[in-house]
Ligand binder design. Structure first.
Ligand SMILES: Cc1cc2nc3c(=O)[nH]c(=O)nc-3n(C[C@H](O)[C@H](O)[C@H](O)COP(=O)(O)OP(=O)(O)OC[C@H]3O[C@@H](n4cnc5c(N)ncnc54)[C@H](O)[C@@H]3O)c2cc1C
Length: 430
């Protein structure tokens, strides 16, 4: 169970199979550091590790425990690239910056798997490839374009026919797919915990149960307040993504937190297991309300999709995911469903992650739009480079002012309306 979480989304498979958490006592009394990091998910832990590795003192303040947020709850699918295709990114941001963003996001999975190897992180990492199956003709055209653009840039990406897709997925529901061999899957909580151990070994300081409730400038330093301590730092990195609170306005208004949920079966029998994703691929499909699915190393089937803000709606979505799973894979039949959990992803208005200069000396990275295993790890490294003094113009992502989303107070009804519209469009194929 996820500690300090509401029961409807707390029964996590990853928490039930987690490695030990490194010791991270709460911050007590007065402390100093070079770089203070708020939030102990992939973004904050990657930043801490990369800073510690170059000898810069970094302290992580996490409200709960490392990996407590989305990083410890997600599908564990390592998906390279941004949501937008490479040509679109380069058109919008220009050949120079856009090219850097494409390269950095395309190589983000390399970073994840190389960190795992370098630090011996025990997280069942498998670089088996990521499949994006197309559910209709329009999605197939998008897959063709996407594959063409990545292939022109030398990436290990190819288009699959309907029958190749059926072989890889073990279901015939799709017209074809993009296969991205750069991707794969892992145990997300154990990856986060492994980053935490590695950061600590490299010299970073980690404090759990240390929610930052105040952030003030005092002379040359920023002072972060928790219930029982104060931390002074030269620079501050805000890494709170879908869990962003009112600490540093207007940060919370630059994203919309949206709940995503997953359900998982007990380990399947050998015959059924061999018939589903036999090559161990991770899949996330092309629907507007996308389905993402995989097996875990014990042969449990794990299916994820959009949740709801309230408990009844969330439970309804979980039941729907079990039903959709049985439609895709009738052989799941009466498999026992043992886990159901969820967490918040951070959606941005333009569907890009943001690297936001909140105030002088305070930088935030957030808004991975549900695709942060690879990107949050990579953005953590960008934050570390900034905190170590690299000029903003040389970073791999553009630094922007925070851009609050207009009518943000209407976000919940707006999300509900958008979900209903997406569901209808997925159903009738427009
Ligand atoms: C159910 C689900 C499935 C997903 N599936 C995938 C997937 O398969 N592939 C993929 O690439 N991405 C996926 N994602 C998205 C991915 O998990 C996130 O993009 C990524 O984990 C973001 O990492 P982060 O470190 O920025 O934020 P988080 O991991 O959310 O960490 C933020 C942390 O900040 C802490 N915090 C907040 N406020 C404060 C404060 N004031 N003081 C101290 N600490 C604070 C929180 O406690 C939290 O631990 C999924 C997300 C969810 C929820």
């Amino acid at each position: 169970m996820i500690a300090n979480e509401i029961p409807a989304i707390a029964n996590s498979l990853w928490s039930a199979s987690a490695n030990p958490t490194p010791p991270c006592p709460p911050l007590e009394g007065e402390a100093e550091t070079e770089v203070a990091i708020v939030g102990g998910g992939f973004t904050g832990l990657s930043a801490a590790l990369h800073l510690a590795e170059v000898g810069i003192a970094a302290t992580v303040l996490e409200a709960e425990t490392p990996g407590w947020g989305a990083s410890g709850r997600n599908g564990g699918q390592v998906n390279p690239g941004l949501k937008e295709d490479p040509d679109t990114v380069e058109t919008r941001f220009g050949a120079e910056m856009g090219g850097r963003m494409v390269r950095m996001s395309g190589e983000a999975a390399d970073l994840v798997f190389s960190l795992i190897e370098r630090h011996g992180i025990d997280c069942a990492a498998a670089r088996t490839g990521w499949v994006q199956p197309a559910h209709d003709a329009r999605a197939m055209e998008t897959a063709r374009t996407r594959v063409g653009q990545w292939a022109r840039r030398g990436a290990a990406v190819r288009l699959l026919t309907a029958s190749e897709t059926a072989d890889i997925l073990g279901t015939e529901g799709y017209l074809g797919a993009m296969l991205d061999e750069r991707g794969g899957n892992l145990h997300p909580l154990n990856y986060a915990l492994g980053l935490a151990w590695a950061a600590q070994r490299a010299g970073a300081v980690l404090h759990g149960a240390s929610r930052v409730t105040g952030l003030k400038r005092e002379g040359e330093r920023h002072v972060l307040h928790t219930a029982r301590g104060r931390l002074a730092a030269r620079r501050v990195l805000l890494c709170t993504n879908g869990y962003t609170d009112g600490l540093a306005p207007p940060m919370a208004r630059t994203i919309v937190p949206v709940r995503s949920v997953q359900v998982a079966t007990a380990p399947l029998g050998d015959n059924v297991r061999r018939s589903i994703l036999p090559g161990g691929h991770a899949a996330s499909d092309s629907r507007r309300l996308l389905l993402y699915f995989r097996l875990d190393p014990q042969g449990r089937f794990v299916m994820g999709g959009r949740g709801a803000y309230d408990t009844a709606g969330t439970e309804h979505q979980m039941a729907r995911l079990r039903q959709v799973s049985r439609e895709l894979y009738p052989q799941l039949g009466d498999a026992e469903w043992t886990h159901a959990w969820g967490g918040y992803v951070a959606i941005t208005a333009d569907h890009y992650p943001h690297l936001d200069a909140i105030r002088p000396g305070i930088m935030a990275a957030l808004g991975y739009n549900g695709r942060g295993v690879a990107m949050a790890t990579a953005m953590g490294r960008v934050l570390a480079e900034w905190a170590a003094g690299r000029p903003e113009a040389e970073l791999d992502f553009p630094v922007t002012p925070p851009r609050p989303i207009p009518f943000h107070f209407l976000r919940r009804p707006a999300v509900a309306a958008t979900v209903a519209l997406h569901r209808l469009r997925d159903r009738i194929g427009i």
